[in-house]
Ligand binder design. Sequence first.
Ligand code: AMP
Ligand code: MG
Length: 338
Amino acid sequence: MKAALPLACILALFSCAEGEAPRTRTEFLLGTVCSLTLYDKAPAETASRVFDRIRQIEERMSVTIPTSDIARVNAAAGTEAVVVARETFEVVEAGLEFSRSSGGAFNIAVGPLVTLWGIGTERAAVPPQEAIDAALGCIDFTKVQTDSSRGTLFLREKDMALDLGAIAKGYAADQAAETLAAAGIGRAIIDLGGNILVMGTRPGGEPWRIGVQNPLATRGHFLGIITASDTSVVSSGAYERFFTALDGQRYHHILDTVTGRPVRNGLCQVTVMAKCSRDADALSTALFALGVPAGLDLSEKTPGAEALFVTEDKLLYATSGMRESFRLTDTTYRFGPP
Ligand code: AMP
Ligand code: MG
């Protein structure tokens, strides 16, 4: 949503030789490389329609576009409620639900901290402790007021700010799929900067095979493969967006809402598989912030979602459904004790 994200965290999608030749189109949207691969016959304007829809979502949910719903809500913090598009309202409500279910580890009102660290921007730097403390005082998501009948959002205190960076890409992937389905497309791969959604099956009827980025290797090296159809696969990782400070320490973009600093819990990646990409996106960030075992606990309790956790010591933890869909290919990793 903000600065450019590096390339996809899940890069390889293995297609099938038979049937219609797939056609891929790529655009830079939502601060990342978005690509669409269609396996069904479709009029040329279909892909444009999908990218227009993603652009519309960006124009509503970006924090940096001053006319977006979210920027307007943030600008009116402590002053007044703002009418937003229905879908913005609903994504924020979903974000609030994840904020509650994760006990605040995922926090839809994390904006002040995200801005302070500036990770992914040129001004990224370790902020002074007083600034971190001040930002921590402005991220209380229970002070986000939603009014469904009026369609408004209101931040009750002046320096509060919403940030949809952990959920909007997933929502956009769902909407891209809906746009394609409405155009009669049943087989496609939507890849919004590594936020993957596969529609249908491979042309031969086999499930898709989705490579999961090895979090400790360069891009395009996989940890293993998820085999699934009609699903979304989303990873959150410490390697996705970070900066290296003068002391050589790396600081990544998922922030601990208690310390106000990048999460340090021994995890380097979480991958979530779910039908709804919005939920997979929010959940992967939430589980990363929660760590093992609290994250494993929440994922086991979330119906329809499966998760894979990767630690810095190359241990894997997975929900039972993920164990069935995931095949480990990098044998320098192993499953941790149950
Ligand atoms: P993701 O790449 O989906 O895991 O989301 C990371 C992005 O979400 C960051 O770049 C921030 O914009 C935002 N973010 C960072 N920390 C949190 C958090 N604890 N809760 C919710 N959003 C966060
Ligand atoms: Mg996310």
